[in-house]
Structures are given as structure tokens and as C-alpha cells.
Write a protein that binds this ligand. Structure first.
Ligand SMILES: [Zn+2]
Length: 236
């Protein structure tokens, strides 16, 4: 798939019974799930970098930060973009009694909205018009309300960092038309995401933004999209 890399997706799941332990960081197990694999790398950035690479870099950074903050039981569901099924990602999380499941993606905008440019003699796709993040919540799990609350918490923190959600997934176009649960915070309903709807877990998925998630304004966002740098993503 040759598309501009525009979205970062974080899938988050709160396991049933986690609330009482939520304040004990050392006991709160968090599964960080870097989306896609080397064989199935997802979207391609405007400079030809596979989404899976961005996901892995970001997942490792999130894990490092969580450990630093005292979440010693945080772990990755997958490493080095190895082959793994969606269900096995969930199984790994369940085996380690994860109370929160975070799946990280950098997805694209719909192809009809992309422009093209040439980079290193190769035609690539990109967009400078669609930026921002989105949070996704599945109602097909044991605690949709808890998942939504978590999405609201995360969305509020993102907003507090001047990171603006995108309405792209609610557009009345093919492949989108997602239902908003909270437009201001960029929270959507997405019931059938595999990693979000399994069994008893509370499911909340989030899609915080494009590569421009860390930028402060639209101009920076556009530039960052072509630079494809996680430094830009996290340095701001
Ligand atoms: Zn993806």
C-alpha cells in the first residue's frame, strides 16, 4: 500500500477489575502493542517508510516512559515486527494479566484525499490537509463505559498538550463514517477492532493523530508529515 502515513493509532484496553489496582503502578500491567509486522507493514509514509517501523519506535518509547514512571509490569506484545496474529497479541496480554492494552498504529487517510509527490525518484502519496489524532472505543467488551472513560482521560491529556483530534474518520466518505462518541476529544466508536473486543476486557481504542501529533500548529504538521521523524513527534 502506497499512501501517506497520517495517523497514529493507540488501542487501549482496560481489563475488568483493574480499577481497584489502578493507583498501584508497580502492580498495574500494561500491554503495549506495536501494530503490524514486517510482512504486513501497514501504511507507507510519504518518504516510503513502513508504518510498522513507526509503530515499533513509538511503542518502545511509550514502554520506556511507562517504566520510568513506575509501571514496572508494562511490556510489549511483539518485538522487531515479528509475525503475530491479532488474537495472539491479545493472548499475550492476557497471559500476563494486562489491565491496559495499548495498540499503536500510524495509519493513513483515505486514498482519494491524498496528493502525490516524487521522493528519491519514486512517486509517493501524502496529505497536508488531514492532521490530528482519534480515539476509538469498542462497545463489544466487558467494560465499554470504562474504556470510554479512559479514552476521555487520554483525549483530555492530548488536548492539554495542544494536540488536536481529526474529524477525518467521521467524514461521509467510503471507509470512514465513524460515529463520534466525543467530537471534542476525537473519540469514535469502532466496535469490531479485533484487539479491542475480545472477551471480558474493557476496550478503548485511540487513534491519536498523524506524525504531526507533537507539533504545535498546522504548518509544522505539514512539514513533519514529509519528514517522517519520531523526533518531531515527541520532541515538542
Ligand atoms: Zn495500522
Amino acid at each position: 500500500m502506497l499512501v501517506a502515513l497520517r495517523w497514529l493509532a493507540l488501542g487501549l484496553v482496560l481489563a475488568a477489575g483493574s480499577a481497584a489496582r489502578a493507583c498501584d503502578r508497580a502492580a498495574f500491567a500494561i500491554a503495549i502493542d506495536p501494530g503490524h509486522t514486517r510482512a504486513s507493514p501497514g501504511a507507507t509514509s510519504a518518504r516510503g517508510v513502513p508504518e510498522a517501523q513507526f509503530n515499533e519506535v513509538l511503542a518502545r518509547r511509550v514502554l520506556t516512559q511507562l517504566k520510568r514512571e513506575g509501571f514496572s509490569k508494562a511490556f510489549l506484545t511483539n518485538r522487531n515486527q515479528a509475525a503475530i496474529s491479532l488474537l495472539d497479541r491479545v493472548r499475550r496480554a492476557e497471559e500476563r494479566n494486562a489491565q491496559l492494552f495499548v495498540s499503536i498504529h500510524h495509519d493513513s487517510a483515505q486514498p482519494q484525499l491524498l496528493s502525490t509527490w516524487t521522493y528519491h525518484d519514486r512517486k509517493r502519496s501524502y496529505t497536508v490537509d488531514i492532521t490530528g489524532h482519534s480515539l476509538f472505543v469498542s462497545h463489544k467488551n466487558g467494560d465499554a463505559a470504562g474504556s470510554l472513560r479512559f479514552a476521555q482521560l487520554l483525549g483530555s491529556r492530548l488536548l492539554g498538550k495542544c494536540l488536536t483530534p481529526t474529524p477525518h474518520h467521521a467524514e461521509m466518505i467510503s471507509g470512514e463514517r465513524r460515529e463520534f462518541l466525543d467530537e471534542k476529544l476525537g473519540i469514535y466508536r469502532f466496535d469490531d477492532l479485533i484487539v479491542l473486543k475480545r472477551r471480558e476486557c474493557r476496550r478503548c481504542s485511540s487513534k491519536p493523530g498523524s506524525l504531526s501529533i507533537g507539533t504545535r500548529n498546522c504548518c509544522c504538521a505539514a512539514r513533519t508529515t514529509k519528514k517522517n521523524s519520531h523526533r518531531h513527534l515527541w520532541a515538542r
